[in-house]
Ligand binder design. Structure first.
Ligand code: ZN
Length: 473
C-alpha cells in the first residue's frame, strides 16, 4: 500500500542570496522525495523562506530599502533554485505571508497556559545567530560562530517553560519515537537535554524588532521570537489554520513527518520545536535527518574570504545534473564535506564522462550493429544497496552502489569482448548488458533525473548510438 510521506527542507534566512549549503539540503531532500515517489508513495514536499528575522531588517537598513522589498527580492532567488536544480517541492512557504502569520499565532494560542510566562530578561543577543548567549560565551565581542553584532538586551519577554519537557524529550529521542539520523546527532541532542534545559525567550519588543515580525496574540507590545514563528512553517506549508485538508492528510494522520536540516539548527528542531508542539497538542515530527556543512576548497564559507559559491553560476557552467551528482556523491551525507571545482571536474571526467557516459555509448554502438530492440519494461526496482542507503539518507553510499554496477558492466564487457563477435553471438552477449543499463538508469533517477530519462529513452525499442551524455571537459 502507498505510504504517505511529508518532507520539509529548513527555511533559510533571506538576508542574502542562496549559497551552496542550502543547495545541498535542497538536492538531498529532492533526491529522497523522488525516490519515495518512484516507490509509489504519496509525497508532499515543502520548502520556504524565513523572513521575520532581525537579520533581514538590518540587511534592508544597510541597503536603504524596506524589509518587505528585501525579502521579496531575495525569496525569489531561493524559489529560482527550483528550476535551476530541477527540484520538485510542492510549495515554497514564506513566513511573511499573512496565512503563515495566522498559523504561528494559532500555535502560540494552543500552547498550554502554564508553559508561557512573562519575565524581565537581560542578555547578550547575537543577531547573526538570532540567539542569546551568556557573557562567558562571548569572547572579544564575538559569538561562538564569530559574529560581531552582539546586542545587550534588557526587556520584558515571554518565555517558554522548556524545563517542563526535559524528561519527555529525553524519552522520545532515546526510544526513536523521534528518530534522528545519523546516530552521532542523536547522541549530541541527548547530551544537550541531559545537561539540563532552560526556559527560552519566545518574544521580543516591537521596538527591538523595528515593528517587523509576527505579533504576539493579545499583546501589541511584543512580536514572536523569529524561531518560534519560523518553525511553524512546517505546519502552515500544509495549510494549518486555514484550509486544513492537506494538513490533516500529511501531518495529523501521516506517520512519516520528516524534517531535513543542517547540523547548526538541531536544537531548535529536536528540542524547542518538539516541546512547542507537545504543549500545543499537535502531533510531532517522526524523523529528522541532519546533514553537515560544506567548506569551499577546504575553507569555511565566509563573506570576508569571498569564497561564497553561487549555485546558479555553478549550474550555468556545469548543468544541474552534474551539480546534483557532485553534492549527493561527493559530500558525505552524514558528515561535513568540501566543494572544490577541481574535484568536480575530476569526478565529472572520471565517473560521468569515462564511467557512465562511456559505458552507455559503447553498449549503444554494439546494440546498433545488430539492430537490437529491447521490449518495453513495466516495473523496475531499486538495487538493494541503493534503497537500503536511500532509506537512511545516505546518498553518497547509494551513489557508490550504482557506480559499482557501472564498474561491474564495464568489467563484463572487457571479459566477454563482444566487439569480437557478430550476429547472434553478439546479440546474446549484449542483450543482458543493455537491460542492465536500463536498471542503472532507473536507479539513477532520484540523483540525475534528466540523464536517467535520456538513457531510458535510448534503451527502449531499437537502440541507436547517440551523442555522448557527458562530453569530456
Ligand atoms: Zn552568532
Amino acid at each position: 500500500m502507498a505510504k504517505k510521506v511529508y518532507l520539509t527542507t529548513a527555511i533559510p534566512y533571506v538576508n542574502a542570496a542562496p549559497h551552496i549549503g542550502f543547495a545541498l539540503e535542497a538536492v538531498m531532500s529532492d533526491c529522497y522525495v523522488r525516490y519515495q515517489r518512484l516507490l509509489g508513495n504519496d509525497v508532499y514536499f515543502s520548502s520556504g523562506a524565513d523572513e521575520n528575522s532581525l537579520k533581514n531588517v538590518q540587511a534592508a537598513e544597510a541597503e536603504g530599502i524596506s524589509t518587505k522589498e528585501l525579502v521579496d527580492r531575495n525569496a525569489k532567488l531561493f524559489e529560482d533554485l527550483k528550476p535551476a536544480l530541477n527540484l520538485t517541492w510542492d510549495v515554497f512557504n514564506r513566513t511573511s505571508d499573512a496565512r503563515h502569520i495566522k498559523g504561528a499565532q494559532k500555535l502560540w494560542s494552543l500552547c498550554k497556559k502554564e508553559d508561557i510566562y512573562k519575565k524581565n530578561y537581560k542578555g547578550l543577543y547575537c543577531v547573526g545567530c538570532e540567539a542569546f548567549y551568556t557573557p562567558l560565551e562571548i569572547k572579544d565581542g564575538k559569538c561562538p560562530d564569530g559574529h560581531t553584532n552582539i546586542d545587550k538586551v534588557e526587556e520584558e519577554n515571554y518565555f517558554f517553560k522548556l524545563s517542563n519537557y526535559q524528561e519527555f524529550l529525553r524519552e522520545l529521542i532515546k526510544k526513536d519515537s523521534l528518530k534522528i539520523i545519523p546516530q552521532t546527532r542523536k547522541k549530541e541532542v541527548l547530551a544537550f537535554i541531559e545537561g539540563g534545559l532552560e526556559d527560552f525567550s519566545i518574544s521580543r519588543s516591537v521596538e527591538r524588532a523595528r515593528g517587523w515580525g509576527v505579533p504576539v496574540p493579545g499583546d501589541d507590545s511584543q512580536v514572536m521570537y523569529v524561531w518560534f514563528d519560523a518553525l511553524v512553517t512546517y505546519l502552515t506549508a500544509l495549510g494549518f489554520a486555514r484550509e486544513e485538508k492537506l494538513f490533516g492528510k500529511f501531518w495529523t494522520t501521516n506517520p512519516n513527518r520528516i524534517h531535513v536540516i543542517g547540523k547548526g539548527i538541531i536544537r531548535f528542531h529536536a528540542v524547542y520545536w518538539i516541546a512547542m508542539l507537545a504543549s500545543a497538542g499537535v502531533p510531532l515530527p517522526t524523523l529528522e535527518f541532519v546533514h553537515g556543512y560544506i567548506t569551499i576548497e577546504g575553507q569555511k564559507i565566509s563573506k570576508t574570504l569571498g569564497n561564497v559559491i553561487d549555485p546558479f553560476e555553478m549550474v550555468k557552467k556545469y548543468g544541474s545534473e552534474v551539480i546534483r551528482y557532485y553534492l549527493l556523491r561527493e559530500i558525505p551525507s552524514w558528515g561535513d564535506g568540501d566543494f572544490s571545482e577541481k574535484r568536480l571536474v575530476e569526478i565529472y571526467n572520471g565517473e560521468l564522462a569515462n564511467g557512465l557516459g562511456n559505458l552507455v555509448a559503447r553498449v549503444a554502438r554494439l546494440c546498433q550493429e545488430v539492430s537490437l530492440k529491447l521490449p518495453k519494461k513495466g516495473k523496475y526496482v531499486f538495487l538493494k544497496e541503493v534503497s537500503a542507503n536511500l532509506d537512511k539518507f545516505r546518498f553518497d553510499h547509494a551513489a557508490f552502489a550504482i557506480w559499482e554496477e557501472v564498474s561491474r558492466l564495464d568489467k563484463l564487457i572487457n571479459d566477454e569482448k563482444p566487439w569480437e563477435k557478430d550476429g547472434k553471438a553478439l546479440k546474446s552477449v549484449i542483450t543482458p548488458i543493455a537491460s542492465a543499463i536500463r536498471e542503472i538508469a532507473y536507479n539513477l533517477s532520484p540523483f540525475m533525473p534528466e540523464t536517467s530519462e535520456r538513457i531510458m529513452q535510448q534503451f527502449n525499442g531499437e537502440i541507436k548510438s547517440e551523442k555522448p551524455l557527458f562530453p569530456r571537459l
